[in-house]
Each structure stands twice: as structure tokens, then as C-alpha cells.
Design a protein around this ligand. Structure first.
Ligand SMILES: *[C@@H]1O[C@H](CO)[C@@H](O)[C@H](O)[C@H]1NC(C)=O
Length: 271
């Protein structure tokens, strides 16, 4: 407040005092007016101070909230990472046999490498399935006692050359196999498809193989890798456990979508 302003209020105050005196009431209006202004000013200053204090504490709170929110985001992210890692480590995991190969894909871990095996093609008994016998067997008891047994033979592939399917000669080759462990909760072998469905990961694809249709006793279907590895020195024709390509036959099986006499693909997918 400048002095001219104070002075002008004093003039007005004196005039008011003059009229008030005439009515018998003596009040020091000028000083009281000044007092009033002074007090107002004091209040204004203190109000400004209060506002400044509030602003300061607001800014401080804002900083604190921002810090907390950053910390919260970090913690949430850490927890999410931990959760997904835990899920991967504990909840999921599957094993499949990759027939005709001795290596797993990059995302999978080898459980063991082995030799594909099964019954002799014309034996009426023994096991009907194709198995993956480890390269490094370990034994429990064994004996030379002569009593009835089932028999297991190594597997060879039987396809006239050129196969029109595989990129290299496969006739009479003995097939390796490998057990692969993936950190996925589900694995499926789909016969009749060379490709996985959406949101499923390809483990490997190839051709559906089993025994020849006219052989006396069957063995099960296996999915043999489209790019097979062969066992060293295993190209001799032994006619033991033999795998053949499998073709679809129209009739009860609708064509299309299937086709007559067409080699069926297969795929192993995980999720
Ligand atoms: C092996 O044979 C011995 C003698 O008969 C027996 O005591 C033992 O339990 C057998 N071991 C296994 C693992 O079957």
C-alpha cells in the first residue's frame, strides 16, 4: 500500500470522524481504517504464505506419489517376470519322441538319444508299438534261461527310390530317435497335417509311417521327421521292424479334403 493511498483514506476518515462527532460518538476512524488495512495486509501475507506452503506440500506429495508409482510399476514387473518364470519352471513341461532324428530343436532339451525299434514285420506277437531304445542301455537282472520272450528289432525304412517325398535316399536306412523335453504344458502329434494350428509351436514335421498294409501283423503310426538322420552303417536290408509311408484311402474317409493314395504328413506341435 503506498502512502498516497493511506493519506487519501485519512481524508475520508477525518470527514467521517467530523460527522460522527456531531452525533456524539468519537471513533478514531483514520487509525482504525489504517489498522484495518494493516490487518488485511497481514492476513493477505499470511494467506499467501499458507498458499505457498500448500503448494510446496502438494509438490512434495506429487513427487512422493510419482516415486511410489514408479516403485509399484517396478515391483509389478518383477512379480510378473517371476510368475512367468515360475510357470515355465514348474507348471509346464512335456516330452515327445522325435522319430528319425538324433537332435532336438533349439527350444527343447535332449532327454536321451536312441534307436527306433519294434517287432519283426512278420512276427505275430511281441509288442505292436514302435519304441525309442536309448543308445546307453542300463540293465537290471538278465539271464540265459530259455523261456518264451517277445522280441525287439531295430527299425529300417522301406521306400522305393526315388521316394518322391524325402529329399534324400532313405531305403533300408536304420532310424535313430531322440526324446525331447520342451517347457510347454501340451504336445500333440497331428496325423494328416504338415503344419501346426494357430498359436501352437512347431516341434517338427514329417511323414506318418507304420507297417505295410499287407503284412500279417501291424505296428502303430509314428511321425518320422521329414529330414531324417540315419544310423551309421545302417543301410543294409535286414527286414526286421520296417516302417512304410502311409497313404489315405477315399471312401469312409471323405475326399476332399483327403485325397486317394496320397502320403499323409504329420506334425508335432506344442503350447
Ligand atoms: C535280481 O535278482 C536277485 C536274485 O534273484 C534278486 O534278489 C533281486 O531282487 C533282483 N533285482 C531286481 C532289480 O529285480
Amino acid at each position: 500500500m503506498n502512502s498516497a493511498y493511506v493519506f487519501s483514506w485519512c481524508i475520508v476518515g477525518l470527514a467521517a470522524m467530523a460527522s460522527a462527532t456531531s452525533e456524539g460518538e468519537a471513533e478514531p476512524t483514520c487509525f482504525s481504517r489504517f489498522d484495518y488495512d494493516y490487518k488485511m495486509l497481514q492476513k493477505l501475507v499470511s494467506l499467501e504464505q499458507t498458499i505457498q506452503n500448500l503448494k510446496d506440500s502438494l509438490a512434495e506429495s506429487k513427487n512422493k506419489i510419482e516415486d511410489m508409482s514408479r516403485e509399484y510399476e517396478l515391483t509389478t514387473k518383477n512379480l510378473q517376470d517371476l510368475l512367468s518364470q515360475t510357470k515355465e519352471n514348474i507348471e509346464s513341461g512335456s516330452v515327445y519322441i522325435r522319430w528319425g532324428r538324433n537332435e532336438c530343436q533349439d527350444n527343447a532339451e535332449i532327454v536321451y538319444k536312441g534307436f527306433t525299434a519294434g517287432k519283426k514285420w512278420n512276427d505275430g506277437g511281441s509288442g505292436g508299438d514302435t519304441i525309442c531304445l536309448p543308445e546307453d542301455p542300463s540293465w537290471l537282472n538278465y539271464s540265459t534261461i530259455n523261456s518264451p520272450r517277445g522280441t525287439v528289432y531295430g527299425t529300417e525304412i522301406n521306400i522305393e527310390e526315388p521316394s518322391g517325398v524325402f529329399e534324400k535316399k532313405v531305403l533300408d536306412q536304420n532310424l535313430p530317435c531322440v526324446a525331447c523335453h520342451v517347457k510347454k504344458s501340451s504336445v500333440i502329434m497331428i496325423p494328416g497335417r504338415g503344419h501346426c494350428y494357430t498359436n501352437w509351436n512347431l516341434e517338427y514335421n514329417g511323414y506318418l509311417m507304420a507297417d505295410k498294409h499287407s503284412h500279417p501283423t501291424p505296428h502303430n503310426h509314428v511321425c518320422v521327421d521329414h529330414h531324417p538322420d540315419f544310423m551309421q552303417g545302417g543301410g543294409k536290408n535286414n527286414d526286421d521292424h520296417i516302417l512304410y509311408l502311409t497313404i489315405s484311402k477315399c471312401g469312409s474317409l471323405p475326399c476332399p479334403p483327403y485325397a486317394n493314395d496320397r502320403e499323409l504328413a504329420c506334425v508335432v506341435c506344442s503350447k
